[in-house]
Design a protein around this ligand. Structure first.
Ligand SMILES: [Zn+2]
Length: 283
């Protein structure tokens, strides 16, 4: 066990480091090491061996699944509970749970501490610090440990790595792209509500296009609604003989843009559908 004081773990770029790992972009050797599989030794030592490939792959899979689940739950805690408002990363917390995530992260951490009570020790400056559990550098024993034990260790390593991330300066800066599912870190702490989902740099332009389209659709719907209401209000008179023109004027009064009778006739079917809906709603 290597004892390291907490303070050295408060790395600014931890969200970025974690995103790389979550995306599986680390080298195989690094991923294996993170999952508790030591680097291969070039020569054999009595009583130790190199882990089998099967064991390494299974441990990496277990480690990544655990880490991703924790990250997803953490991100969801600032998103799902206030779905109607949008994503608010500063409300992320470890107490949140849902049907999909039945155990709060808080509980996962407590269970970890039950398994490995971490001692508190004075660091080099005399401050009290947590002595982290770090079993990664131990040589691989022979005969190989039971696979289930190796997997349990990989899960615990994921938990401890995720806890280190929570201790970092900015666990609110990790995101998962709504489009491609890749994890990424923002350079700054987000301060505004993210209303249309978070997107990585690559997908961001696609997200921008979608936002414009959403807005356009909402505007169009609003115009059709106003037109339908006006359609019902219209009464023939000498000054307003033409229903299409009168409706167009009402829409123009309340919406941006040049609305003419042509627009009303082009959208007449849609307007009449909304007129029917309004009539039905009124009974
Ligand atoms: Zn993306």
């Amino acid at each position: 066990m290597i004892v390291q004081p907490t303070r050295t773990r408060r790395e600014r770029d931890y969200p970025k480091i974690l995103a790389t790992t979550l995306n599986g972009q680390d080298r195989m050797g690094t991923l294996g090491w993170l999952a508790g599989i030591p680097h291969d030794r070039p020569f054999r030592v009595q009583g130790f061996c190199n882990p089998s490939r099967r064991t390494r792959d299974a441990a990496i899979k277990e480690f990544l699944e655990t880490l991703r689940r924790l990250a997803d739950q953490w991100i969801a805690s600032g998103k799902e509970q206030l779905k109607s408002i949008g994503e608010q990363p500063w409300t992320r917390n470890v107490l949140w749970f849902s049907d999909d995530y039945q155990e709060p992260i808080d509980r996962t951490l407590r269970k970890f501490l039950d398994r490995y009570p971490l001692p508190i020790v004075p660091d080099s400056a005399g401050r009290f610090a947590v002595a982290y559990w770090e079993p990664r550098d131990a040589p691989w024993p022979f005969p190989e440990p039971a696979l289930e034990d190796t997997l349990a260790k990989a899960r615990d390593l994921a938990i401890i790595d995720f806890q280190k991330f929570l201790e970092s300066d900015c666990p609110q800066q990790l995101f998962k792209c709504n489009e491609c599912g890749k994890y990424f870190a923002l350079a700054r702490k987000p301060r505004e509500v993210i209303q249309h989902g978070a997107y990585c740099k690559k997908c961001k332009s696609a997200g921008g296009a979608r936002r414009v389209e959403d807005k356009r659709n909402a505007e169009k719907e609003e115009m059709l609604k106003i037109a339908a209401e006006a359609w019902m209000e219209w009464k023939y008179s000498h000054s307003n003989p033409n229903q299409l023109e009168w409706v167009a004027r009402q829409v123009k009064k309340r919406c941006r843009g040049e609305i003419q009778a042509k627009w009303v006739s082009r959208n007449l079917k849609k307007i009449q559908e909304r007129v029917e809906a309004l009539k039905n709603a009124k009974g």
